[in-house]
Each structure stands twice: as C-alpha cells, then as structure tokens.
Design a binder for this molecule. Structure first.
Ligand code: FAD
Ligand code: SF4
Length: 344
C-alpha cells in the first residue's frame, strides 16, 4: 500500500487567510481542492509539499452565478458534478458541462473541482508511476532525474496536458481570476497554460485560482454562442483523454464568426488550431469546408508515445474528432453512424 509522507494540513476559513498562508509557507506549500490528483501524486512522491492548504472551508470559492454583464462565474471549488449538472451551465456552456461530466467516475466528480481540473498536473507513462518504479529507471527530468525517457535527446519535458476542462476554457475565451496576498489578476485561459511539461502553468506558486469567468453567451448585437466538446479515451466508462476537441463559435445568419478550435491531450498545453479557425471564419460551414478545416487542424496535434494507445493513430484521430466536433457545433448531421461521444 502506498502511504502519504507526513505533512501539515491547514484549513483556512477565508480566501484572504488562504492567500496569507500560501505566501507565508512559500515553496513548501501547495493548495488542495478535491485532492483527487494531488493526494495520489503525493503518495507516489511526484509532489512533496510539507504544508497542504485545504480550500474546502473557503465559502467564497463555491458558487455559480451570473454577473450583471451576462458573464457566468464558476467558483474554483465548484465540484465537477455541480459543473456537469447545473442547468444554466448546461444550456449556455454545454462544452464545459460535457467536459466535467466525462471526467473519471461519479466518485471523483463528487470530490474533484473545476479549479483542480484546470490546474491538473501534466501526465506521462514514465511519470505516473510509483516512486520505486520511477527509481528503477533512474527517474526522469520532471521529478528527481535528468533525462526525458520519451525524447532522450530533448532538453524539455513533453508530459501531456490531460485536463478535460482546459481546452474548453480556452475555446470559450474564459478568463481566470488568480488571487494572492499581493493582489489579484484576471488572465485569459489561453495565457494560463504553458507548453512545458514541468512548468505547465503561468500561475505563480503563491496564487489561488478563485473563479472561471465565462463570456456572455449573447452580447447585444452578436450571434449566440455555440460550443461543444469531444473526447477520445480507451474506455467509455472512465479514462483520461488521449485526444479531445473543444469548439466555440457564433453562427450569424448561417455564417461562422468568432470560431475557436482547441485540441487537448496532444501536447503539454491545449493546442489552438489558429489556421483552421481562420479558414472557417466568415464562411458558410459546408461539409467540404469542414473537411478542409479538419485537415488543417490536425497538423497542430503532436502526440508522443507517452500516453495510452498508439500515438500515430491518435494523431490521425485528431482529424476525425475535429470533423465530428465542427459538424456538431455548426448543426450538421454526423458524417458517420452514431458514435459514443467518449470512444472512437
Ligand atoms: C482514476 C482517475 C481518473 C481520472 N480521470 C480524469 C479524466 O478523465 N479527466 C481529467 O481531466 N482528470 C481526471 N482525473 C484527475 C482529477 O481527478 C481531476 O482532474 C480533478 O478535477 C482534479 O480536481 P481536484 O479538485 O481533485 O484537484 P486537486 O487534486 O485538489 O488539485 C490538483 C492540482 O491543482 C492545484 N489546485 C487545486 N485547486 C486549486 C486552486 N483553486 N488554485 C490553484 N491551484 C489549485 C493543486 O495544488 C494540485 O496541483 C482522474 C484522476 C483519477 C485518480
Ligand atoms: S515527457 Fe520525459 S521528462 Fe516529461 S514526464 Fe515523460 S519521461 Fe519525464
């Protein structure tokens, strides 16, 4: 049985207290939300905080509310189950509700939070192992070692961003509120994620993610927001994504506007398919054009041999999943017989 190493657990009762504690304990501390990722990582000695600051008793982090400007604000401690089942979220931001509903199992969705999901550690076959397994290969550069076993000549880590909600927040153009003892800032979701398997977030260690701010679905004078999320995984019952596609766009009298196509689980950060989106922008989404756009989008997928299933096949499936997601978003019928949203 894997045991946790000794650590000090602190349970602040307010956001200000949590931020002060994080500032006080510095690099020795980490925050925990649902603990579904952090505690297994601590058992495997992948992460070794001496102080763990629990956010469960911080009431201001757990709410879903609509702002006066029409934005929707989801507190970081909102559970995945709440995110998946909230009626307004499902109606307006179906992609986020779907992503949350496809994370793991009901037990984990009851414990796991949207904030923890966004800040989820990157994953790799050579890293998500017990301490003794990792020691037997002399570790790797993400923790305790010097080499990358996926790309031994590489000076960087290629661990994979495997969060279901991360690509969705980028596609939706969400902003994320980060609070520290020194103040607060609002960052675009696209700017939170960094293409680096080790230093994968631009969040400072003393910052707490407090809320996800989703843009108003219908700004006056603009077309309604349409959005969707498609996930590929080995088992439909539960598994991390090995490929995912998030799409958000506005359809204005049959013409596509403000389109964002974002791939997940094919790099160390969500991959924005900029050229593909530009090709679709301002066009009518005819099936031939969707096919061409899918062909442009999959080029950005760079899966390596460090997650489940064959990486060349995962790259090919990127084209298929982009096509499925785009047809779904623009309201075209599926191009193939009905498929389970979670399996190929
Ligand atoms: C068997 C299994 C299957 C899983 N399947 C999936 C899956 O399919 N898809 C998926 O996306 N995930 C999956 N996960 C990972 C995890 O359960 C989820 O990502 C979950 O949402 C993590 O949320 P949490 O609240 O438990 O995070 P925690 O474990 O509490 O924290 C995760 C990380 O985020 C940081 N953190 C948490 N909250 C904040 C905050 N407010 N501010 C700053 N930093 C914060 C923590 O310090 C830690 O580094 C799986 C896990 C397991 C064990
Ligand atoms: S990509 Fe390389 S350095 Fe990163 S976790 Fe995997 S083996 Fe380690």
């Amino acid at each position: 049985m894997m045991r946790l190493a000794p650590f000090t657990y602190l349970a602040p009762r307010s956001l200000a207290e949590a931020a002060d504690l994080l500032a006080e304990h510095g690099a020795a501390a980490m925050v925990v939300a649902g603990g579904t990722d952090l505690f297994p990582n601590m058992k495997r000695r992948q992460q070794e905080p001496r102080v763990v600051i629990g956010l469960r008793a911080v009431p201001e982090l757990r709410s879903i509310r609509v702002g006066e400007d029409g934005t929707m604000r989801v507190g970081a401690m909102t559970t995945l189950r709440e995110t998946a089942t909230d009626p307004l979220l499902r109606e307006r931001y179906g992609s986020l509700a779907t992503a949350a509903s496809l994370v793991s199992t009901p037990h984990l969705r009851h414990m796991g939070t949207i904030g923890g999901n966004i800040c989820l550690d990157t994953r790799c076959t050579y890293y998500d192992q017990t301490y003794h397994w990792r020691k037997s290969i002399d570790f790797c550069m993400k923790k305790d070692g010097d080499i990358c076993w996926v790309a031994p000549g590489s000076s960087r880590c290629w661990a994979v961003s495997s969060s279901d909600s991360a690509p969705v927040t980028v596609a939706l153009g969400a902003r994320l509120r980060l609070v520290s003892a020194a103040g607060e800032r609002l960052v675009d979701a696209a700017d939170l994620f960094r293409d680096d398997g080790i230093d994968y977030l631009t969040r400072r260690p003393d910052e707490i993610l407090t809320e996800v701010v989703l843009p108003a679905v219908q700004l006056s004078g603009t077309a309604p927001l349409r959005n969707t999320y498609w996930k590929l995984r080995r088992r439909g019952s539960f598994d991390f994504p090995i490929l995912s596609v998030a799409v958000a766009l506005r359809s204005d009298d049959g013409v596509v506007r403000d389109v964002r196509i974002v791939l997940g689980a094919v790099g160390s950060s969500p991959v924005v398919a900029t050229a593909a989106a530009a090709r679709l922008e301002g066009q009518r989404p005819e099936p031939e054009l969707i096919e061409e756009v899918a062909g442009l989008a999959w080029r950005g997928a760079r899966p390596l041999d460090n997650t489940d299933l064959n990486y060349a096949w995962r790259k090919r499936m990127a084209r298929v999943y982009v096509r499925r997601a785009l047809r779904d978003a623009v309201g075209l019928p599926p191009s193939e017989p009905a498929v389970d949203r979670s399996v190929a």
